[in-house]
Write a protein that binds this ligand. Structure first.
Ligand SMILES: [Zn+2]
Length: 269
């Protein structure tokens, strides 16, 4: 563990729902990582910018958005996020902290379609700053020493893979303020043996395609040393009976875990 003084960091759950039928108080998956001068998004489900703004996050600090895969429950809020950043820039007469807002996503044609949508909005979506898309591929995508934030993509098999086409679905290994964090995205259970680091301080795991007992058993059998396990991207089984989900978490994992909800904040220090 890094003994140097680390900046304070928070992770905000903007949306905790999978791509199932709409559910009261739950929105599609998105997390915001907040550092003193930076904001990063992991997935950008519907209403992520709305929720972030109402939670008091400064969207003009956004530096990059990382999309795990291009299904609607992970990318549907992206055009609105970029639109809202521009709108806040106009309203506040202030530029974002980053001269370029970077978007990392597996399918660049999704980005092109989104930009066509944005270019037909007010003022042709002209901005005093830039936007840049990058393809998500295995390896380090972001390393910003001053931000104490690194992100590495590692492919999974949530989406079919036909060589030599690129992988289209990813999990993220993150270094944040000296902590090791894993974000599953949508994944097959078997992928976790390879994608999850042997040790991590905090793991976000989807429950849209899996049940809590099976996930807990698999991680323990794989010998993963995970301090805190947070379930996210819930399907109807968790949404329909959150009490049972909490009970399963305690029974199969223990006390160091949580069932994520919209508006939840995790402080790392
Ligand atoms: Zn999903």
């Amino acid at each position: 563990m890094n003994e140097e003084k680390q900046p304070s960091a928070k992770i905000h759950i903007l949306g905790s729902c999978s791509g199932t039928e709409p559910f009261p108080g739950r929105h599609h998956t998105s997390l915001a990582i907040e550092l003193p001068d930076s904001l990063f998004f992991l997935d950008a489900g519907e209403t992520c910018s709305y929720t972030a703004h109402l939670m008091g996050l400064d969207l003009l600090k956004t530096r990059a958005v990382f999309i795990s895969h291009c299904h609607m429950d992970h990318i549907g809020g992206l055009p609105n996020l970029l639109w809202t950043i521009r709108k806040l820039s106009v309203v506040k007469q202030k530029l974002p902290v980053s001269p370029v807002i970077h978007t990392y996503l597996p399918c660049l044609d999704s980005y092109e379609g989104m930009m066509a949508l944005l270019n037909n909005t007010e003022d042709g979506f002209r901005c005093g700053y830039g936007h840049q898309a990058h393809a998500v591929r295995d390896g380090l995508l972001w390393s910003g020493e001053e931000e104490a934030f690194t992100l590495e993509a590692v492919h999974n098999h949530h989406l079919p893979y036909t060589p030599p086409a690129p992988y289209l679905s990813f999990s993220f290994r993150i270094g944040l303020a000296g902590k090791s964090i894993f974000y599953s995205g949508d994944t097959s259970l078997e992928d976790l043996a390879d994608t999850v680091p042997d040790y991590c301080d905090l793991m976000f795991m989807e429950t849209g395609h899996h049940q809590i007992p099976q996930v807990c058993r698999f991680l323990k059998a794989a010998g993963k040393n995970i301090r805190t396990l947070v379930f996210i991207h819930h399907g109807l089984r968790v949404l329909g009976d959150p009490g049972r989900a909490e009970e399963e978490l305690r029974r199969y994992w223990g006390t160091d875990g949580a069932i994520a909800y919209d508006g939840m904040t995790i402080s790392l220090q």
